[in-house]
Design a protein around this ligand. Structure first.
Ligand code: ARG
Length: 443
């Protein structure tokens, strides 16, 4: 009896402790800014204040009203004459690595090198104002490990939707081509899958170990040594199998596709987004519109590849393929935009140095978007593609408190977004060049 009573008492104390921890008041911060981009309405508002409780936004309103009813214990962070925007979303990254030298990267590095350096790239991405990324393609599950460490709060970095290894046909864009058949990488966890059954199995395997999204390589590509740049590499049946199996687990499929035919096949198979979309033709644009498929055109990195990749020892064949793709991809971006296709911001970061993710805004405006459209592509549209439209992409009640600020007006000069002065993610300040408020420490 006595023991039972003691246990009951202990249980009660335990419950009380839990309850107390649960009801402990969360920190409240009020962020004030002279200009505020309402990405849902496509408008700029003046003198706004955002009330942040814990990791999310509870209200947004005219600064004067918010200050009159300041919640007790609230800390006010007045950013001054800045433009406040939601944290940006890059829907196409490879955050676990970036090239240094073509042959050294292949032969002298292991997945352990990638794992030990990837946190640096994650931090650079976050510092650039990209508080969410969809990482579409990383070998050996390095992206899953990185994501876990960031989510636990061990490392600074963006929220990550991770795909794990991209599914590729043998000899396809995700295979190591052009080498001796005797070269094998022992123990590598990759994405090679051929035929409906293997594709289904690989989707299941990726999801088993942590994939939030599935990436398939629907056509050939640039930075790989197969002959074509855009030929289909999966059949419609294989792609349908990927889409169908991913859907069973509540996941979407992103398809890398440069060639016009492969783009249409991927759309018909039901993918959520077509990455690159370089040679998309009129029929493909129409199909994307009818199916509600997002296009994710990486229209900055051509400049970087042509300037830097020969120096990094990339074979001439690859440089020649980039020359086939670069300009036409930009022209087709304009055509798709004018026709009304859905476009989300994705840069293929990792092809160029991480942290430069904001450079693509300029190109999207140059090739036809209004600055507001470009901002929406990296906020509300990107969030919609991710299926996170109620969590990120807006500064609004219930959304994560993910925001960035720049000293000036990005709607008159979009390049301002290449250098953000303030970054908050989940209510924590990670970068602050504007006030004396401390940034989150990792020790
Ligand atoms: N990862 C892509 C590929 O290798 C990069 C394409 C870069 N070029 C471009 N113009 N978007 O195919």
């Amino acid at each position: 009896m006595k023991l039972r009573a003691t246990l009951a008492l202990l249980g009660l104390t335990f419950a009380a402790t839990l309850f107390a921890a649960d009801s402990a008041p969360k920190s409240v911060t009020v962020i004030k800014a002279a200009h505020f981009v309402d990405t849902a309405a496509g408008k700029v508002l003046n003198d706004q204040a955002v009330v942040v409780e814990g990791d999310h936004v509870v209200s947004v309103g005219a600064a004067a009203d918010v200050m009159k009813n300041l919640p007790t214990g609230a800390k006010v962070v007045d950013l001054g004459n800045v433009t406040l925007l939601p944290g940006f979303i890059d829907c196409h990254t490879h955050v676990t690595g970036q090239p240094e030298n073509f042959y050294e990267d292949i032969f002298r590095k292991s997945p352990i090198d990638e794992a030990t350096t990837s946190h640096i790239y994650a931090q650079r991405t976050l510092n650039a104002g990209f508080t969410t990324i969809r990482n579409v393609g990383a070998g050996n599950y390095v992206d899953f490990a990185l994501k876990r460490a960031i989510d636990k709060g061990t490392l600074p970095g963006p929220r990550i939707l991770a795909s794990g290894p991209s599914l590729s046909a043998t000899g396809g864009h995700g295979d190591l081509n052009g080498m001796s058949p005797y070269i094998r990488f022992e123990g590598e966890i990759g994405g090679i899958a051929n035929g409906v059954e293997e594709v289904r199995k690989k989707v299941r395997e990726n999801i088993k170990y942590g994939a939030d999204v599935i990436k398939i390589l629907a056509t050939a590509g640039v930075l790989s040594e197969e002959e074509s740049v855009g030929a289909p590499q999966y059949t419609i049946e294989e792609m349908k199998a990927a889409v169908d199996e991913a859907a069973v687990w509540g996941k979407k499929v992103a398809a890398h596709a440069h060639g016009a035919l492969g783009i249409k096949m991927a759309i018909l198979a039901g993918v959520a987004s077509v990455e690159h979309a370089s040679f998309i033709d009129e029929e493909g644009i129409k199909l994307a519109i009818v199916h509600g498929t997002y296009l994710v055109p990486d229209i900055y990195n051509d400049d970087y590849i042509l300037a830097e990749y020969s120096k990094m020892g990339y074979p001439d064949k690859i440089i020649a393929k980039e020359k086939l793709v670069g300009r036409i991809q930009r022209e087709n971006f304009t055509k798709a935009l004018k026709a009304g296709a859905k476009i989300a911001y994705g840069t293929d970061s990792g092809v160029y140095p991480h942290g430069w993710n904001g450079k693509q805004f300029f190109h999207m405006v140059k090739w036809g978007m209004t600055p507001m459209q470009a901002i929406q592509s990296a906020t509300t549209s990107a969030a919609d593609l991710l299926g996170w439209q109620t969590k990120v992409g807006q500064i609004a009640p219930g959304f994560f408190a993910d925001m960035v600020a720049v000293k000036g007006d990005p709607l008159s000069d979009i390049t301002m977004l290449e250098h953000v002065d303030f970054v908050m993610k989940g209510g924590e300040i990670y970068k602050n060049k504007l006030t004396a408020d401390a940034v989150k420490q990792f020790e």
